[in-house]
Design a protein. Structure first.
Length: 148
């Protein structure tokens, strides 16, 4: 469950959490938008979320939220997935999203910067790592194991 203030830009070359279960599948480096000035980010709280008390940049007034992603289905070039916001380890809201692998972008355009970047990072990682290792076909139901 990534930090809601984390904007992932690219997978890291040498992961710190090699065998860890990560919400974006791969560990990412990026930008932290939690403080008054954007800062380079790649800490455990960035990639794992629930940053309150773990990260000095996390705003005290912000709720303790983390974002989780789960694939619902793949149909050809489109990936349908769910973004779940959790507060204090309980789901508080969710939204269905769609990623086009042909266009390499989300269909939804009304997302904030961090959510959009995390959703794209999750989809790219899923298609690169998970789908390719499970003999992916043109139509595939979600693999429930990676992110439930």
């Amino acid at each position: 469950m990534s930090c809601p203030f984390f904007e992932p830009l690219a997978p890291v070359l040498v992961p710190q959490f090699r065998n860890g279960r990560l919400p974006l599948i791969q560990e990412h480096e990026g930008v932290c938008h939690a403080g008054s000035a954007d800062t380079s980010a790649n800490g455990p709280a960035c990639n794992h979320g629930y940053a309150r008390g773990q990260c000095e940049r996390f705003p005290e007034a912000a709720p303790s939220i983390a974002l989780r992603y789960s694939v619902l289905r793949r149909d050809g070039a489109e990936l349908e997935f769910l973004c779940i916001a959790e507060e204090n380890h309980a789901p508080v809201r969710s939204r269905r999203l769609h990623f086009s692998s042909d266009l390499n972008q989300l269909r939804e355009m009304d997302l904030d910067t961090c959510l959009a970047a995390q959703a794209v990072a999750f989809c790219r990682s899923y298609l690169t790592i998970v789908a390719s290792t499970h003999n992916d076909t043109e139509q595939q139901s979600a693999d429930p194991a990676p992110h439930l």
